[in-house]
Write a protein that binds this ligand. Sequence first.
Ligand SMILES: [Cu+2]
Length: 71
Amino acid sequence: MKKIIYIEGMSCGHCVRHVEEALKELAGVEGVNVNLKEKYAIVDLSNNIDDVILQAVVEDAGYDVAVIKNM
Ligand SMILES: [Cu+2]
């Protein structure tokens, strides 16, 4: 399944890599695709990771989560 995470606070390619690496460390995350301009990350999940966990990972990396939706 895929989820889209709308993220506030990313400003450059470094932020993108930071968010990608943080999400990829989660077990069950198979892929991450961050769109800096549109301010979202699409995560490809092998199992349903709870939104609360995804939000915590992004916030621990230093960014804010606006909303998370199933795709
Ligand atoms: Cu940056």
